[in-house]
Design a protein. Structure first.
Length: 149
């Protein structure tokens, strides 16, 4: 079973894209905010979108290895569209709601005995972060395909 997983280049390419995306969040955050935050490796949100990089890489790899006319590619493409929509749409809106609720907590409940725990605000992605994930996933899939073809 372990050798089957290690020979699954589509899975390895996708995981590579995901890990690279998580690691790239640190220098990208530094360039924008001028502070190092190594905790970003373990969080969602940020640039580039690791969810998008993973799904783009796997979907493109399936197309390259198995063909773009296969039912498996169609399924991967459909799932990728859902993940990307969720990353840029639903999760982004949840993050915006968290920001606004946190403002209310800070302004209205300051000094009161009510819990002031703040919500996580960075759970979704901007369109630029999603595009960054698409580019990263595409590049990793093509590198794997070129190296292994």
């Amino acid at each position: 079973m372990g050798s089957d997983l290690m020979g699954n280049y589509i899975l390895l390419a996708g995981l590579t894209a995901w890990v690279l995306a998580q690691l790239l969040k640190i220098p990208t955050h530094y360039l924008v905010n001028h502070e190092w935050n190594f905790g970003l490796i373990f969080t969602s949100g940020g640039m580039p979108s690791s969810h998008t990089a993973l799904m783009t890489c796997i979907t493109l790899s399936i197309g390259l290895y198995d063909g773009f006319g296969t039912p498996l590619f169609a399924l991967a493409f459909a799932i990728s569209m859902i993940v990307i929509y969720d990353a840029a749409g639903v999760r982004r809106q949840a993050g915006i709601h968290a920001q606004r609720i946190n403002v209310l907590v800070r302004e209205l409940l300051s000094g009161h005995p009510v819990s002031q725990d703040l919500l996580k605000e960075v759970i979704g992605h901007t369109p630029q972060q999603v595009i960054g994930g698409i580019i990263l996933g595409t590049v990793v899939a093509l590198i794997y395909w070129l190296l292994l073809s």
